[in-house]
Design a protein around this ligand. Structure first.
Ligand code: GCB
Length: 883
């Protein structure tokens, strides 16, 4: 081949490529959508300007500090918009996927649009405001409290900002309507569907912002392989400024592939507007299509495509570790993948509509879903509040209408949690009437907007009040958020509640829309109890709940609260500002409970050492031995399994509620564990730091120990790689406390330790328990040089903020502060003289007092606590042998 012809050929290819690219918008879809996530400038009101990319929130950092609250005010975003001449004559929009919570969009200083509410998309038409030269977009956003915008209060953080993607949309003057509440303008239903045949109805809303035009609306269904299945063309004479609705029926689709969790078969519907004269595509949108039908039955539960299906899954919040709600696309999608991998088939999109990517992932992965608006805990009895609720419901329904995964629209969560007017019963009745009226309005609106799906109203476990107010009569399905054995009573009460529903609301289908117990993955316990935040209590709680739900066909399903830990600013507890009820951590690491769910839900043999997550352990050796016996658990759906420690069998154990447990004699250092069942196996290494039973036995050499006083918990400090263990009463030759009792809080609190935020530390659990009235702490350590640290925090008093409904103990403010003054002596010498924790250091503040101790003459270490006023306390103690 001659050189010149190669050149000619490549030029031709280049030309063809260029031609294809530049014409692809005009020829192919008629519209251009491009993200505008970069190049923004941001400042808080009176703040300094910084460069940011979207998604962005201004609260990602201030929710993590010890200060209560976070910035709720104005934030201003600015960006240049460069449009070339090709944009002239087009219709131009900004599409905001989520801005929290009120937004005003200005173009070149003039208001182009406004939106209320943090969780739904909105589109702003900007064409009339453009100069096509040096256009500037300004978005003024506020997350200030506004009594007319739900949510008013809730157990999650109301991050402010443009926290979802923003797009620029350029369309021809004739296009699918951008006035349909942020929807695509195309609405798909399947009025008839069975395994044999299906009918699809497509309603398109088209607007013409230029001269009269004759157009065709072409709707085509493609199968998953991209093959055209059916197409239909309608003709439309559009007047200038016209807004028309075209309804097309695509009938007789034989033996459609059905959509289900096992086989989420997706068709695609492409709808085009074609200019009759030029045959050019003026606009085009694509939507998913899934063929499925479903039913909820009050006695037999849920059916999908005529087959019974227990809906099991989780609720999800949209925020992420260190990012607040500005969670990037990939992580949003990953959450749905993690739910699928867990074996879940249902996502409760709670407590508000989430990023469109989430529901697209549900469609693709076969996860059924409910979506709800954030009307939570309480309402404002105003017309504007009602209007905002109704607007949000319409936006939610229209924007998400075409997702085959969605089967339920919901609209209220625990709306009677915060009952107002407790001291004025007649007024309270009026409030209840308003709540019921709002529920009825939302119900009627939902049924009108979308008669093809179910409606759901979610209550907390206060049976009487929801029935009394009449809220259990309104929706098609009732959701109960049940926390028996967490916030109240015992886990056994859960089954009683379910049976009560079945008996007294016999014709209402029901879902357990929430249940859960907090698990701080750093906390473990061999005597798990309610509120200790241990992983072990959470496992026990979930076993009971899963068993009871699976047993009862009338329970259509259950959604764990929550898929992942999430930000909740008002919470304190072991991980302040975080709700720890996730099956995953806030950074999406699986907790043992996630493995438990896999064991319950897997359809393949499953075997997993759950305690493998607890790879660094510590404990006191059994009497006169070189090992410490501690339990180890394996989650499985097999009948039994055999465990090996360093190659030696520890026996076969039967699974009880999907868990096998062994008592493992851990040796100091490396312990190799392997579990085997049939041809499945799993293994892990556990590093054990053995503490001597008695220092005087000299069996185990002592290096260091970290002891939590007044506690039965183990605490894993991941940052400093320190392992903390529970205390023990003093034993001769060993160590322990003398005198006193564990901190129980005031006012007969039922919490474990304190649930207050301990200031100046991230290791709150070290300080949240203590021995009150301690007289001595003795360690009969051999002679040598030691470093001793005493940990203190004043747990009583000091709370000035209002009692918070979500704190485990919401009686803080009633605490009576007492003077507490005491001295600490080490081996007879004064170490701390007349200290007053509250006065000297501040309430609930982490204090570490460290010193060196030379142990001689076989005397060990004796720490004396001598009270001057009130009782002496000790929260934790660390002893390290130097040499
Ligand atoms: C609930 C709420 C949810 C909370 C959860 C909890 O009932 O619906 O928003 O986060 O309890 O953890 O207390």
């Amino acid at each position: 081949m001659k050189k010149s012809s190669v050149r000619t050929k490549s030029l031709l290819i280049l030309f063809l490529i260029t031609f294809f690219v530049t014409n692809s918008f005009a020829q192919d879809s008629g519209r251009k959508l491009i993200s505008l996530n970069d190049q923004w400038e941001f400042k808080k009101e009176n703040g300094v300007t910084e460069k940011v990319n979207l998604p962005h929130t201004w609260n990602d950092k201030d929710v993590m500090d010890d200060e209560p609250g976070y910035y709720r005010g104005l934030g201003i975003y600015k960006r240049k918009l460069k449009l070339d001449d090709s944009a002239k004559g087009k219709d131009i929009y900004l599409v905001f996927n989520g801005v929290a919570q009120e937004a005003e969009v200005l173009i070149n200083g003039k208001t182009a649009g406004k939106h209320i509410g943090s969780y739904t998309r909105f589109t702003v038409a900007i064409t009339p405001f453009l100069n096509y030269k040096d256009d500037v977009i300004e978005v003024r956003v506020t997350n200030r409290f506004n009594e007319d915008i739900p949510p008013l209060t809730a157990d999650f953080t109301f991050f402010g900002g443009i926290y979802r993607n923003v797009n620029l949309l350029i369309t021809n003057p004739v296009h699918f309507s951008q006035k349909e509440n942020g929807s695509s303008g195309v609405f798909i239903t399947t009025p008839q569907v069975s395994a044999a045949t299906a009918k699809v109805q497509v309603k398109s809303i088209i607007e013409n912002l230029s001269l009269a035009k004759k157009v065709q609306i072409q709707t085509t269904i493609f199968n998953a392989q991209g093959k055209e299945i059916l197409s239909q063309i309608s003709t439309l004479n559009m007047l200038s400024g016209g807004n028309d609705t075209v309804v097309q029926e695509l009938n007789n689709i034989k033996q459609p592939e059905l959509w289900s969790p096992e086989s989420p078969y997706l068709y695609r519907i492409v709808t085009k507007i074609i200019d009759m004269k030029t045959k050019t595509v003026l606009d085009q949108v694509s939507n998913p299509l899934g063929f499925r039908w479903f039913k909820f039955d009050a006695n037999q539960g849920f059916f999908l495509n005529d087959k019974p299906l227990k809906l099991i899954g989780a609720s999800r919040h949209q925020d992420y570790e260190y990012l607040g709600n500005a969670t990037p696309d990939a992580l949003q999608i990953r959450d749905v993948e993690l739910l699928k991998k867990m074996g879940g088939n249902f996502l409760r999109v709670a407590h508000y509509p989430q990023d469109p990517l989430v529901l697209e992932a549900c469609d693709r992965l076969g996860i059924l879903a409910s979506v709800e608006i954030p009307v939570i805990n309480t309402i404002t009895e105003s017309e504007t509040f009602t209007k905002n609720c109704l607007d949000m419901q319409v936006e939610m329904i229209r924007q998400n209408f075409n997702h085959p995964s969605i089967i339920i629209w919901a609209y209220m969560n625990e709306i009677l949690l915060r009952t107002k007017f407790e001291n004025d019963k007649p007024r309270q009745q009026i409030y209840f009437d308003h709540v019921r009226e709002l529920a009825q309005k939302l119900e009627d609106l939902t049924r009108k907007e979308d008669p093809s799906r179910y409606t759901l109203l979610v209550n907390h476990g206060a049976w009487d009040i929801y029935n009394k107010v009449g809220l259990t009569k309104i929706p098609m399905i009732i959701g109960w958020n049940l926390y028996n054995g967490w916030y109240s009573g015992s886990p056994a009460d859960f089954a009683k509640f379910l049976d009560q529903h079945h008996k007294e609301l016999a014709d209402k289908p029901m879902l357990v829309t929430e249940y859960g117990a907090d698990a701080d993955p750093r906390i473990r316990s061999f005597s798990p109890v309610r509120f200790d935040k241990s992983v072990e209590y959470c496992i026990y709680f979930n076993q009971i709940y899963l068993n009871e739900m699976l047993k009862r066909p009338f329970v259509s399903g259950g959604m764990a609260w929550n898929l992942a830990d999430f930000n909740s600013e008002t919470r304190e507890e072991t991980m302040p500002h975080i709700n720890n009820k996730g099956l995953l951590t806030i950074g999406r690491k699986p907790k043992d409970t996630y493995f438990l769910y896999q064991a319950y839900l897997a359809d393949q043999p499953y075997l997993k050492i759950t305690s493998a997550q607890w790879q660094d352990r510590t404990g006191v050796a059994d009497s006169a031995s070189l090992f410490c016996t501690q339990p180890l658990q394996v989650a499985t759906n097999l009948k039994s399994a055999e465990l090996f420690l360093n190659g030696k069998s520890l026996g076969i154990k039967e699974a009880v509620d999907h868990v096998c447990s062994w008592q493992v004699p851990f040796v100091d250092g490396l312990n190799q564990l392997r579990v085997v069942a049939g041809n499945k196996s799993d293994e892990t290494d556990i590093n054990f730091q053995l503490q001597p039973y008695r220092f005087t036995d000299q069996l185990v050499s002592f290096k260091n120990m970290n002891v939590l006083l007044g506690s039965k918990r183990f605490y894993i400090d991941e940052n400093q790689h320190q392992l903390w263990m529970p205390d023990q009463p003093y034993r001769k030759g060993s160590w322990g406390w003398i005198g006193g009792e564990p901190y129980k809080g005031t006012n007969n609190r039922i919490t474990y330790g304190s649930d207050k935020n301990i200031l100046d530390t991230n290791d709150d659990p070290i300080y949240q328990t203590q021995q009150v009235g301690i007289q001595q702490f003795k360690m009969d350590v051999p002679d040598g040089e030691y470093e001793l640290s005493l940990y203190f925090a004043e747990l009583v008093g000091g709370i000035s903020k209002e009692a918070l409904v979500y704190n485990l103990d919401n009686t803080h403010k009633k605490e009576v502060e007492e003077n507490r003054i005491f001295s600490v002596l080490i081996n007879g010498a004064t170490f701390l003289n007349n200290i007053n924790l509250a006065k000297d250091f501040g309430y609930t503040t982490a204090i570490i007092k460290k010193t060196r101790v030379t142990v001689q003459n076989g005397k060990g270490i004796t720490i004396d606590f001598t009270p001057v006023e009130g009782k002496a306390v000790l929260n934790a103690l660390q002893l390290r042998k130097v040499y």
